[in-house]
Design a protein around this ligand. Structure first.
Ligand code: ZN
Length: 499
């Protein structure tokens, strides 16, 4: 009990002071059994095929469990949220001298207020950070700081610790990506073994210097992008209040590695206030998008009764309809969810994400044919967004109508062309190839999926099966050959490790 309490306090401190390290604390807390992995699968993103998803997630879990006793975190994938996060970080990424095409901002389903970087050009944001932020500017302040860690190469410099930890982290990230897609375009399951966090802790314990330098770098990016630092200060103050609330002493030894919030606020205030961007306001349209994302996310992650309290039926605003739609859908009240999505579409008939929501609810309540028109429209309006395309592909297949299979193949091919790391799309593509009698390409789709899920033996077998039936001069044959080679190498490597 005592230990739990301590872990909790430490965790809060870390969350307060250092986004990067805090994730480690959470995970060690989870390892202590404070939390159980959340495997519930319900509709943030469409999950048309729960059975399959559960099955695949089960496979993922077995894999993760063989690594070591694991906890799991969900990676949340959603077309609208990803587009929003991309939009608000793009100017900051550019200001940091990085390429927006290479930097990803991804969302993890975790109620704690946190964000971190853990290698690669990925900024991870906890859902709790979005749902507790008051405005776009606060989120941008956090992203700017995290980009400071990436641009500063803070992780890479720990080259010693990195070797062990990267391998494990990459594995978990891949598992996460695989499982996420297994969850259907819905809520993805990201799996991070708790054990790896101990290894990561060794190098992710950012020094005080690095935290300060990330703060200042973040301030530079905000300034260069013409974005106010107000939100960043507000957010630090929010964390500080939390700190007072939990009575964490300001002079705790943790301060040896991380500057205290009070200090950071003081330093940053001096930098931010004279900046020309200090009084710049977020464009209202962007702020409105944030309110939608926050509502959608709340509807998805929060307990439905909580959502109904935060967004009562008397609230007829767009965000409130949005939040309730997800809460109803999650509670398996399809008609009420449809009513909310119709209210949204009445206000914005051509909003692709409202159309997507309607299609998702229809598909998941057993009406795939009715789901097709809104989904087709959503795909068209988003220029074939891959997650939405995958949902359309699934709806087309779910009609069991052969006339729809050619279109299903076409949209799914386009989806994996844009976002290869989507095993659920590969699975759907495999199904449609199979239905159309193209067994070799069905095997190739399976090979892609297995290789992404790091099931190398299965990937190898599927790739070999694909090579038997595909014309030797075609790109698909070369792809199958690549997967076979890579899988064989991975199998040999893991064999060596065991010895
Ligand atoms: Zn940091």
């Amino acid at each position: 009990m005592m230990l739990h309490r301590l872990a909790q306090i430490l965790c809060l401190r870390r969350a307060d002071f250092a986004y990067a390290s805090s994730c480690i604390q959470h995970n060690s807390r989870m390892e202590g059994g404070m939390r159980t992995p959340s495997f519930s699968i319900s509709g943030f993103m469409p999950n048309p095929c729960r059975q399959l998803a559960r099955y695949l997630v089960a496979i993922m879990l077995i894999l993760a469990l063989t690594v070591r006793p694991a906890m799991a975190q969900q990676i949340l994938r959603d077309a609208e949220t990803e587009a929003f996060l991309h939009e608000i970080s793009e100017p900051l990424i550019e200001a940091a001298g990085l390429s927006p095409a290479n930097v990803q901002v991804l969302l993890i389903n975790d109620p704690s207020i946190n964000a971190f970087v853990a290698g690669g050009q990925i900024v991870w944001i906890h859902s709790g950070l979005i749902t507790s932020a008051d405005n776009v500017n606060q989120v941008q302040g956090v992203i700017a700081h995290e980009l400071g860690h990436i641009e500063g190469g803070h992780i890479i410099r720990f080259s010693e610790g990195m070797k062990t930890a990267t391998g494990i982290t990459l594995l978990s990230m891949l598992l996460g990506v695989a499982a996420m897609a297994a969850g259907g375009g819905e809520a993805g399951m990201g799996i991070m073994a708790a054990g790896q966090q101990a290894a990561m802790g060794k190098f992710l314990a950012f020094t005080r210097t690095q935290e300060s330098s990330a703060d200042l770098a973040g301030a530079r990016y905000l300034s260069k992008a013409g974005i106010s630092g107000k939100g960043s200060l507000e957010f630090f103050k929010k964390l500080q209040n939390q700190e007072y609330r939990y009575a964490i002493p300001q002079d705790d030894s943790y301060g040896r590695t991380h500057p205290l919030s009070g200090e950071r606020i003081a330093v940053l205030r001096e930098v931010y206030e004279p900046d020309p961007a200090w009084s710049t306001k977020t464009p209202p349209a962007l702020e409105a998008k944030f309110k939608r994302i926050k509502a959608k996310l709340s509807g998805f992650v929060a307990d439905p009764t909580q959502t109904m309290r935060d967004y009562p039926a008397s609230d007829q605003s767009i965000p409130a309809h949005y939040a309730r739609a997800y809460a109803w859908h999650k509670s398996a009240y399809p008609q009420k969810a449809l009513d909310e999505s119709d209210a949204l579409l009445k206000a914005e008939p051509h909003d692709p994400y409202f159309l997507e929501l309607k299609g998702q609810v229809l598909l998941e309540s057993g009406r795939p044919a009715d789901a097709i028109p809104p989904l087709r429209e959503a795909v068209r309006l988003t220029g074939s967004q891959p997650l939405i395309s995958t949902l359309l592909g699934h709806a087309l297949i779910a009609t069991e109508d052969e006339k729809n299979f050619a279109e299903a193949e076409q949209v799914l091919r386009a989806a994996v062309g844009k976002d290869r790391e989507n095993p659920f799309a590969w699975y759907q593509l495999g199904v449609v190839y199979e239905r159309r009698g193209d067994h070799a390409r069905a095997a190739l789709a399976s090979a892609e999926r297995y290789s992404m899920q790091r099931q190398h033996e299965l990937a190898l077998r599927s790739a070999q099966a694909a090579m038997q039936g595909i014309d030797k001069d075609s790109p698909d044959y070369l792809r199958a050959q690549d997967i076979a080679m890579a899988s064989r190498a991975m199998i040999e490597q893991s064999g060596k490790k065991k010895k």
